[in-house]
Design a protein around this ligand. Structure first.
Ligand code: ACO
Length: 352
């Protein structure tokens, strides 16, 4: 991982009543963290598994390699590692966390929630825990939930995690999908803006869904509709199925519209944004969005070349890496925008 930033001074947290007094309280990201499994799977390695080649994968997706979790590494293990790093940077102890939200499409189990497993690993004993099922959009959905609970005074600190072990759900015989996905986790700690910071924090967010497109991307089997039976497993219904071209089209329009709309709600233009952190699925999707927003690619933070599409973890990992690499400074405004199965999409403007 990249070098750690200095640990923030633990701020004296404003009381919930202070939060309620003078309009909407600024809710800030107090710390970020990420964790990627050590094992790197290159495009060359995929050439040994399915009929594909590095040139096709790189030119169609921008992905050169991805990380694959070990058989003894679960989604909760990846998430707990990212969470510890985020808490350390925030200067918040696990015992102070009131809420743990985990965005994942590849939970350790259907239940209990992966958030509960992360709670146990961290020893965050007073936290309420749940998972958010909004596929790749889940991390921003969770940020939105946490922000309102903090601003409303219901809780003080929230730990929001995006964690995936998508390699466990990939059909390794399907070249259309197996080249796209990877494993990893990112996390953020949210709380009221601490003393000494002036940025307005999470300024605005937007969430949307369209269940009419539920069948273009998902894992159809293994749950209650298509339970685990030999016949269903033979058809690999417990693996990711995707209509690639339609997903691509929907991703471009949903993320473009979500970007435009959240900026309008915030009263900002794209020129007010220093760094755009998009869902890291495919470089051509990002090219198309950059084109429609009329903004240079240099303004986007990208790491999909190294990690592929890590689902709900992707934007969380990218936020942490951009932060640690100094891609934005206090006062800078970020635009985060995501898209996923459901369909779901979300965007957020954060003033750091
Ligand atoms: N290697 C070589 N050839 C391949 C591969 C591969 N890995 N995969 C597909 N092909 C072939 C196809 O079989 C097809 O061959 P044919 O013309 O002989 O039938 C040819 O390449 C073209 O296939 P297309 O599907 O038309 O390729 P396309 O340009 O649409 O790219 C891709 C496919 C990369 C999947 C693209 O559609 C895409 O990126 N879609 C969005 C995927 C995505 O981002 N999903 C997740 C977003 S949401 C979320 O993260 C949950």
């Amino acid at each position: 991982m990249s070098p750690s930033l200095p640990t923030a001074q633990t701020p004296p947290p404003p009381s919930p009543s202070q939060a309620r007094s003078g309009g909407p309280a600024p809710v800030s990201v107090l710390g970020t963290g990420s964790y990627l499994p050590e094992r790197v799977m290159t495009n060359a390695e995929l050439e040994q598994i399915v009929e594909t080649n590095d040139e096709w994968i790189t030119s169609r997706t921008g992905i050169r390699e991805r990380r694959i979790a070990g058989s003894d590494e679960n989604t909760s293990d990846l998430g707990a590692k990212a969470a510890r790093i985020a808490l350390e940077q925030a200067g918040i102890s696990p015992a102070e966390v009131d809420l743990i939200l985990v965005a994942t499409a590849s939970p350790d189990m259907f239940f209990p929630a992966t958030a509960c497993l992360i709670q146990s690993a961290l020893g965050a004993r007073k936290a309420a825990c749940m998972d958010i099922s909004a596929a790749c959009s889940g991390f921003l959905y969770a940020i939105e939930m946490a922000r309102h609970m903090i601003a409303g005074g219901a809780i003080r600190y929230a730990l929001v995690v995006g964690a995936e072990k998508l390699s466990a759900m990939v059909d390794w015989t399907d070249r259309n999908t197996c080249v796209l996905f990877g494993d990893g986790a990112g996390a953020a700690v949210l709380g009221l803006r601490p003393a000494g910071r002036t940025g307005r924090g999470v300024m605005n967010t937007l969430m949307g869904s369209d269940g009419d497109y539920a069948d273009i991307l998902g894992v159809p089997g293994g749950a209650s509709r298509c339970p685990v039976t030999a016949a269903n497993m033979d058809q690999r219904l417990n693996t990711i199925k995707m209509v690639g071209k339609e997903t691509f089209k929907q991703a471009v329009s949903a993320m473009t519209n979500a970007s435009v709309e959240v900026l309008a709600r915030t009263g900002l233009s794209i020129n007010d944004i220093s760094c755009i952190i998009p869902h890291q699925a495919n470089i051509r999707i990002i090219d198309a969005i950059a084109d429609r927003l009329k903004v240079g690619k240099a303004r986007f933070f990208l790491n999909l070349e190294k990690y592929g599409n890590t689902g709900a973890a992707a934007v969380a990992i990218a936020l942490d890496e951009a932060h640690r690499q100094g891609r934005f400074q206090p006062g800078d405004r970020l635009l985060l925008v995501v898209f996923g199965s459901g369909l779901t999409w979300a965007s957020a403007v954060i003033e750091w």
